[in-house]
Design a protein around this ligand. Sequence first.
Ligand SMILES: Nc1ncnc2c1ncn2[C@@H]1O[C@H](COP(=O)(O)OP(=O)(O)O)[C@@H](O)[C@H]1O
Ligand SMILES: [Mg+2]
Length: 493
Amino acid sequence: MMNDWAGLPATYGDVLRRAMDSLFRTFENFSEGTFIVDADARVVWINKRYAARFGFSDPDQAIGRDCEAVIPNSLMREVVNTGKPILLDILETDREPLVVTRLPLKDDAGATVGAVGFALFDELKALTPLFSHYSRVQEELIATRRSLAQARRAKYTFGSFVGTSAASLEVKRQARRAAQLESPVLLLGETGTGKELLGHAIHGGSARANQPLVTVNVAAIPDTLLEVEFFGAAPGAYTGADRKGRVGKFELANGGTLFLDEIGDMPLPLQGKLLRVLQDKEFEPLGSNRIVRADVRIIAATSADLPALVAAGRFRADLFYRLNVLTIHAPPLRERTSDIEALAYAMLEDLSTQARGASHFELQDDALRLLCSYGWPGNVRELRNTLERAVMLSDNERIDARALAPFIGAAHGGGAYRLNAPLPEMASTAHAANAQASAPQPASWSEAMAAFEKRFLSDALRANGGRVIETANQIGMARATLYKKIAAYGIDV
Ligand SMILES: Nc1ncnc2c1ncn2[C@@H]1O[C@H](COP(=O)(O)OP(=O)(O)O)[C@@H](O)[C@H]1O
Ligand SMILES: [Mg+2]
């Protein structure tokens, strides 16, 4: 049988063979490297140039070896095992990456007997736009992973917990013990008593220290978003969901520790789900059929009276018992006034290094007595904020009682300074707007500005669920500045 193509072989089989032959030759000619493996992914043939690139002066030296031993990161074994091609991929090498194509080789019965790989472009010039995009994405990924790893490390160690009162030493002893164990930890205590600090220190002192520490502030996230925040969601799992889906904090914390701040604010349905995850050690992200294993240690903290919430039916008793294994009570500052001096000096030291120039702040005896006589409802956080304001606004590096007095109790509407109404916690900020209405009139322009700024920042933070970076972007303020202002105003995030 003849066809119209002069000079071409007549049968279909011949055409096919010719096509295959030319295809291989074309690829071989234009590719920077070609190699073939057998059904066990061992190299049966490799061209000279490709062998040389991977350090084999003679291609024969590569024959018979596992493909990965010749070309690190090779995926030829996958092609052999699955029988499926990998048409376009980027192979990372110790020099510049290569664009590669990998095809299975089949016998007449369709069984995979090996695979052939072509490295198409060496210098990737022809693919520059595509490749520069790839490199940029790759770099961003690396940078993001690095900063995440940084953010997920413990900020504080046991050494950060200042205090030598009997109560403080006991708290530290218990926290050190908790670090050696694997069971959940429950940190109870008023706001500002150092629960978060202890949580970090426990993680940092535990066997999980090199794994992530992930924090969720339950009070700062709207109830409707909490479930996704915890467990994540498949792409398009709910209306308004991220197209890409979302990885939950549980998954992010895998292998490490999940710090659940203000757990007393957790809605009941979510408490049930949390309990199940703690029991089953696995969960399913919203809208996915994927089971995620969760090897996560829980450290929970709350300033709420958890037993009272249990009694009132607002906190599940079974979850409470599950969490109430290693319970540490962080005592209020007024019950350990002997720590105040050491705390104040540690904080002044810290503030001195942050302040302009090489300031060195000192407390006069009467100032110290004043600090010890106050009740500190906001505990160590309030002490720090008070000193920070005194330092920022004081003309003298030797701070005496007269200079200090205006700042004491300021955040609680006390003292002479009366900045504004008590600062609401993120949890109860819904009432903040009303509270502002009854705030006393500020006496001067600078006080009015400070009061305005504090309120403005609190509102913006609340609107962003307490997330500082998002808030800074939204209001157009540098992140570092926002952090400083949060500390200076004692805004609770
Ligand atoms: N014992 C302590 N020594 C030094 N700083 C402390 C101590 N306790 C608390 N702080 C500081 O006080 C602030 C509030 O502590 P944090 O752990 O957030 O309290 P909580 O979580 O109980 O509200 C933080 O700036 C923290 O570093
Ligand atoms: Mg806290």
